[in-house]
Design a protein around this ligand. Structure first.
Ligand code: BV8
Length: 277
């Protein structure tokens, strides 16, 4: 029984063959991008060109060069983002993926989540994630010796040393330029976020798990990604090449739309419950 209270009343009409493919799918992969977290209030990268991130865009800050040029700014930007995510909640899209995963597991099938997102909203929405292709806002390691480190970024609106920490409504200007902590292991290096920056290799295990999942699935759901950043943007073609049907969930047309088996033009928070339940 996949029904639950938060299934929206205005479920989109699914084409009959898609409804059949979804119902008969036993090995599903959900490949998600920033758009699945948009309805939770987490700005997408496309938003980065406007508004909130116009001063500090991911292209500028999500790189090793930016880190070495100004560790305190990059560290603070990620702390701000981690706190913002902590202040957001998973939306019906995340929750639908969690329900679908549990329902398939009960029936001897599987649903594997491969995400480009560095937030933890899939997990907080009740789904296990097999691969965080680009790392996580909540993992840290020493930039010198590589030792993993525990660190609590706090939550948006929390106050430290009397200064107001920027929540996701606040202007980043107010953000404290808090220097990254020192590594407790080598005593020398600075802690960095466990994030894959532009120009950095993806963690090989995470990428390997993603390829395997997509090679073996019979249905892939590509949700909330502009399908631009490589190598993640190539993953849906692995599923197509393996003979799986691929449904894209995105209010807009993307680089991938023309190759998708189906394109459902709508928000994840509405469309995913219609697929999952
Ligand atoms: C690498 C963590 C080997 C950081 C991220 C030239 C050609 C091809 C490739 C390259 C090139 N030059 C450089 C490269 C490689 C580069 C790349 O692909 N660049 C792009 C810009 C061309 N890739 C890399 O560097 C990767 N590493 O290749 O290593 C190497 C080594 C050295 C030199 C060369 C190669 C590393 C990439 C990982 C970067 N890290 N994230 C952080 O978070 O700070 S990437 C980041 O942006 C995301 O993780 C995601 O992957 C990507 C794009 O974001 P999306 O998730 O797609 O979100 P976006 O905002 O773009 O779109 C949102 C979508 O949601 C939209 O379509 C919108 O319509 C939709 N939407 C909105 N609302 C909703 C919705 N959908 C559903 N419901 C809604 N409600």
């Amino acid at each position: 029984d996949r029904s639950d209270q938060d299934v929206p009343t205005t479920a989109p009409h699914l084409p009959a063959e898609l409804a059949e493919a979804v119902h008969s799918a036993r090995r599903v992969v959900v490949l998600s991008g920033a758009g699945i977290s948009a309805e939770s209030g987490v700005p997408t990268f496309r938003d980065a060109q406007t508004g909130l991130w116009e001063r500090f865009s991911p292209e500028q800050l999500a790189s090793e060069d930016a880190w070495w040029a100004d560790p305190a700014l990059v560290w603070s930007w990620y702390q701000w983002r981690a706190r913002m995510v902590r202040a957001c909640a998973p939306n019906p899209g995340h929750q639908a993926v969690g329900r679908w995963q549990r329902a398939l597991a009960r029936e001897g099938g599987s649903l594997q989540v491969v995400t480009q997102n560095v937030d933890d909203l899939h997990e907080r929405g009740g789904a296990e994630v097999v691969s965080h292709l680009h790392g996580s806002l909540f993992e840290y390691r020493c930039a010198e010796c590589g030792e993993p480190a525990e660190h609590d970024p706090g939550v948006a609106g929390a106050r430290e040393d009397g200064a107001a920490l920027a929540g996701h409504e606040d202007d980043l200007e107010q953000l404290m330029r808090v220097p990254p902590p020192r590594c407790g292991h080598c005593q020398d290096g600075l802690l960095r976020p466990g994030i894959v920056w532009f120009g950095e290799m993806l963690p090989s295990e995470a990428l390997e798990r993603a390829y395997t999942a997509l090679e073996q699935c019979d249905l892939a759901v590509v949700v909330g990604t502009s399908a631009v950043v490589q190598p993640a943007a190539s993953l849906p073609f692995v599923a197509l090449g393996a003979g799986a049907a691929v449904v894209e969930v995105n209010p807009e047309v993307t680089e991938f739309s023309s190759a998708a088996t189906w394109h459902l033009a709508g928000p994840a928070g509405t469309v995913l419950p219609a697929l999952a339940d």
